[in-house]
Design a protein around this ligand. Structure first.
Ligand SMILES: NC(=O)c1ccc[n+]([C@@H]2O[C@H](COP(=O)([O-])OP(=O)(O)OC[C@H]3O[C@@H](n4cnc5c(N)ncnc54)[C@H](OP(=O)(O)O)[C@@H]3O)[C@@H](O)[C@H]2O)c1
Length: 292
């Protein structure tokens, strides 16, 4: 690696915000998503290069799932982190249709094989399906006892569901709830996010760029241009300001990765935050959790 590259990477690492999990372990507030990665041969090498460049910049939390490309995303992540496993905080997810006690254990083994590793750092129930939460939780606790996973969590659970999960024996140790959260999807600010904060459970904001739709948002583009940043940097910097929120944008492209990494150095003052509130108003009433 050329020295100039290292010299560039260090300041970024120095300004990486971290978020404490309930166990006290700290993870980077800016990570990397991988949905749709590994689906096309033509873009595979660039996707791997982008993920590795993300690691160089300290975006060590990598989020994947058995669902993504039917295992193709996990395979690509396994290749991207090969030789660098200890740098990475690896997140994967079990599908609700596999989330029985036995099914979860099998799904985890399959994910470990595709990821070419012996442990997943954080294993999530992808969303609530027909299997009782207590049964999935039992499997997650067993996986943690055997060292196959280090932490467990959930995804797409609205307030009533996460309350139910945390009231189960062991459920209070849930390490995150990964949910849709971005400037255009602020519903969780009404009740779910304050509840998670009170319990010191980090939220993990997925689709932070609203799957690139925010990048094209005319109002956000104007705001960004007037404030010397790009729309993607504004969207990510706004999420990074929020307490207890981990942010996992996906890009399979090194140029866009560099642009997104710069969000770590993008500050937003009170008047800029007010302008964003005017463009994307906070919720005025409770709303069911949205999913993508
Ligand atoms: N738990 C769940 O149910 C759930 C649901 C959805 C997502 N997720 C996780 O969250 C991650 C992120 O969400 P997401 O992938 O849905 O959406 P996202 O991160 O909001 O947006 C990704 C899209 O934005 C593009 N993009 C990224 N940076 C850009 C930039 N600087 N300029 C222009 N375009 C840019 C990407 O294209 P390029 O790659 O071509 O740059 C991609 O099309 C996922 O990858 C996945 O790991 C979880």
């Amino acid at each position: 690696m050329p020295h100039s590259h290292l010299a560039l990477a260090r300041p970024t690492l120095a300004c990486m915000k971290t978020i404490a999990l309930p166990s006290g372990e700290k993870v980077p507030a800016l990570g990397q998503g991988t949905w749709n990665m590994g689906d096309r041969t033509a873009t595979r090498a660039e996707e791997i290069a982008a993920l590795r460049m993300g690691l160089d910049h300290g975006l060590a939390l990598v989020d994947t799932a058995e669902m993504y490309g039917d295992g193709r995303s996990e395979k690509l992540v396994g290749e991207a982190i090969s030789g660098r496993r200890d740098e990475v905080f690896l997140v994967s997810k079990v599908l609700p249709s596999n989330a029985s006690r036995r099914g979860t254990l099998e799904a985890c083994e399959n994910s470990l094989r595709r990821l070419a590793t012996d442990r997943i750092d954080l294993y999530l129930l992808h969303w609530r399906g027909n299997v009782p939460l207590a049964e999935t939780l039992e499997a997650l606790l067993a996986l943690r006892s055997s060292g196959k996973i280090r932490h467990f969590g959930v995804s797409n659970l609205d307030l009533a569901d996460i309350k139910e999960f945390t009231s189960l024996p062991g459920g209070e140790e849930v390490a995150t709830n990964q949910v849709l959260y971005n400037l255009s999807r602020r519903g969780i600010e009404w009740d779910l996010l304050p509840w998670l904060r009170a319990k010191r459970i980090p939220a993990m904001a997925y689709s932070p760029l609203e799957q690139a739709r925010l990048v094209e948002h005319p109002g956000l583009r104007d705001f960004a241009e007037n404030n010397g940043m790009t729309a993607s940097q504004a969207a990510l910097a706004w999420l990074l300001v929020q307490d207890g929120v981990i942010v996992i944008p996906k890009t399979g492209n090194r140029k866009r990765l560099s642009e997104n990494v710069a969000a770590l150095r993008t500050t937003l003052d009170e008047s800029q935050l007010k302008a964003l509130d005017a463009l994307f108003p906070p919720p005025k009433r409770a709303k069911p959790l949205e999913m993508l």
